[in-house]
Design a binder for this molecule. Structure first.
Ligand SMILES: Cc1cc2nc3c(=O)[nH]c(=O)nc-3n(C[C@H](O)[C@H](O)[C@H](O)COP(=O)(O)OP(=O)(O)OC[C@H]3O[C@@H](n4cnc5c(N)ncnc54)[C@H](O)[C@@H]3O)c2cc1C
Ligand code: SF4
Length: 326
């Protein structure tokens, strides 16, 4: 392993200053993804800035009724927090569908958002991969790609984003708080992760040296019926083949609000805007659910071996829409 320096930051300012101007530095959260990638030789940082002890460990209600979770809140603690369980059950369910109890106890909110794809070509430095090494080609496109994307992929990359939590955050219209050398800003989660296009090496819109300080769950979604459902090869400890997060407000039989995001099918959580538009204002009935999901998933472009994902995502979403309809 390449030697690296290690420093444990005590404040956000200290962390950002230690990382600034150093493309070879990495922030370290729980380390459950970064350290694995270092062992595989995929990540070779010269400096680790440990941010797991920063004072960003609170889940709290803000004056406008939104809920803010700090970047170092552990996945287990976020899932168990009453503000999340009671107001945003989709997020608690998504977190509990990810990884294992031991991993969730150490994994952080910031690290979860920035975990890298589990594409096997990306994780093996002896294989071609445009994400790991731009210009080398995409081994998965014509190779092993059963787990890969069916929506929004490019000739350069067909990887999926692995996070369950991020899918729930996308359906909830959550925002990511960032702090960097040029100050602070927030981004909607739906605009935080990128589609691969011709720059698959860039997973997100995060700028060099920027630190995630927290995520904010807007008050508008608070208390609305919501749920997460995930299909995977094993009952636990496995990434999504397809998953769906749904926030649904139905009153008097009419859909007033729908927030739908798919996981396991694209390079980022796939917000199903076309399906949502088709649903809102219409009756909450099976025919409308089917038509809306068709509208969204007709755009899918499956690869040779993963067409099953389209039907799977469709069935998962239909089931959850029914479950949330009074
Ligand atoms: C066997 C196994 C199974 C898993 N199964 C699932 C699953 O089913 N679903 C799922 O969603 N996840 C799953 N995971 C992934 C797990 O959820 C992630 O590894 C974890 O959430 C990453 O969090 P971390 O704090 O350990 O991140 P780290 O490994 O510390 O960091 C990950 C990345 O984020 C960066 N980073 C960390 N914190 C910050 C910050 N505050 N600001 C800016 N950058 C930061 C790091 O530099 C690094 O690039 C699994 C992991 C393993 C090992
Ligand atoms: S799908 Fe993306 S991550 Fe996987 S080999 Fe192709 S370029 Fe690399």
């Amino acid at each position: 392993m390449k030697p690296f320096s290690y420093m444990r930051a005590r404040t956000v300012e200290e962390a950002v200053a230690a990382h600034a101007g150093r493309p070879d530095a990495r922030y370290l959260g729980g380390g459950t993804n970064l350290v694995d990638l270092m062992k595989l030789g995929v990540e070779r940082p010269a400096a680790l800035v440990d941010v797991s002890g920063l004072p960003l460990g609170a889940v709290e209600e803000l004056p406008d009724g939104s809920v803010r979770a700090g970047a170092t809140v552990r996945n287990s603690d976020l899932a168990a927090h009453p503000l999340v369980r009671d107001r945003h059950p989709v997020l608690a369910q998504a977190l509990l569908a990810g990884a294992s109890g031991q991993l969730r106890n150490i994994a952080t909110t910031g690290g979860n958002l920035l975990q890298r794809t589990r594409c096997p070509y990306f994780q093996d430095p002896s294989k071609p991969c445009n994400k790991r090494e731009p210009g080398t080609g995409c081994g998965a496109r014509e190779g092993v790609h059963r787990d890969h994307a069916v929506l929004g992929h490019s000739a350069q990359c067909v990887a999926t984003h692995p996070s369950d939590m991020a899918v729930a955050l996308a359906a909830l219209d959550a925002r990511v708080e960032l702090s960097g050398p040029d100050g602070q800003r927030t981004l909607p989660v739906t605009e935080f992760h990128r589609l691969p296009g011709d720059r698959p090496d860039q997973d997100t819109e995060i700028a060099p040296g920027e630190l995630i300080t927290g995520v904010v769950l807007p008050a508008a979604a608070s208390g609305l019926p919501s749920a997460y459902r995930k299909a995977r090869d094993r009952a636990s400890y496995a990434f999504a083949l397809a998953s769906v997060a749904v926030v649904l407000d139905v009153r008097d039989g009419v859909v007033r609000h729908a927030g739908i995001a798919f996981g396991g099918v694209a390079h980022r959580p796939w917000r199903a805007r076309r399906a949502e538009e088709a649903l809102v204002g219409g009756p909450a009935v099976d025919a409308a659910f089917l038509a809306a999901l068709d509208t969204e998933l007709d755009a899918a472009e499956p690869l040779r071996d993963n067409a099953f994902k389209v039907g799977l995502a469709h069935r998962l979403a239909r089931d959850v829409l029914h479950r949330l309809t009074p």
